[in-house]
Design a protein around this ligand. Structure first.
Ligand code: PGA
Length: 260
């Protein structure tokens, strides 16, 4: 069975090291040594090293929110996978919609980053999702398909099995609008079907596919209980330890009950 992964995407927050460390410590203390769900925190680059120290002795993973595809060299402002590993990262988010839509990142670029992340032995979290206009135009599956095939091009089945996907409808990110469990499960089942066709059933059954978009403690359980939803990528609600811990608790309850 797939273990749920609950990851906190802090985005460009909080604005001080002190607050960032306090948040990580609050989550570390609240989770304790539990490993029934996997948990990762993805703070801004500048806090990674300090948060790695704060998380020492805890099962909580550490992720970056992006990386560059080259290993080292004259790339002003960029950060490589090896550098992330060096400061304690286990995970890296790639192709978040705020980068795809806000900064023009393409699936071809996400693919190059993904190959480099795998090379660096990071667990990539590759994000896909449609905008509101695309959903209204009934383009959801076409858009997700284009993002999946472009971003995951050239992966072996084994590399695919070790890559996490996050379905994040853009219209649900930071808006308070959440996909209903039916809407989310439908796209997750579509993604699982595409994975099965492309990489085989056995691989598809191993891939963790998170949902993201206004996940909160009070809607987490119904989303996480869906058969093809294997965790959550949490933005806003990951900035308050009690809210994030509430989402983790929902994941632990769903896990204890057993997924359908
Ligand atoms: P949100 O963000 O939970 O604030 O909607 C999710 C994300 O962007 O990963």
């Amino acid at each position: 069975m797939r273990t749920l992964l609950i990851a906190g995407n802090w985005k460009m927050n909080p604005i001080s090291t002190e607050t960032a460390v306090a948040l990580a410590e609050g989550i570390k203390t609240g989770l304790g040594t539990a490993t029934d769900v996997h948990v990762a925190l993805c703070p801004p680059f500048v806090y990674l090293s300090r948060i790695d120290q704060a998380l020492e002795g805890s099962p909580v993973g550490l992720g970056a929110q992006d990386m560059f595809w080259e290993a080292a060299g004259a790339f002003t402002g960029e950060i490589s996978g090896a550098m992330l590993v060096d400061v304690g990262c286990t995970h890296v988010i790639l192709g978040h919609s705020e980068r795809r839509h806000g900064l023009g990142e393409t699936s071809a670029e996400v693919n190059k980053k993904l190959v480099a992340a795998i090379e660096a032995k990071l667990i990539p979290i590759v994000c896909v999702g449609e905008t509101k206009e695309e959903r209204l135009a009934e383009q959801t599956e076409a858009v997700v398909l284009e993002q999946l095939s472009g971003s995951l091009a050239g992966l072996s089945a084994e590399q695919m099995a070790g890559t996490v996907l996050a379905y994040e409808p853009v219209w649900a990110i930071g808006t308070g609008l959440t996909a209903t469990r039916e809407q989310a499960q439908a796209v997750h089942a579509f993604i699982r079907g595409w994975l099965a066709q492309t990489f085989g059933e056995a691989t598809a059954a191993r891939v963790v596919v998170q949902y993201g978009g206004s996940v909160k403690p009070d809607n987490a359980q119904e989303l996480l209980a869906c058969p093809d939803i294997d965790g959550a990528l949490v933005g806003g609600a990951s900035l308050k330890a009690s809210d994030f811990l509430g989402i983790i608790k929902a994941g632990q309850e769903v896990t204890a009950l057993g997924k359908p």
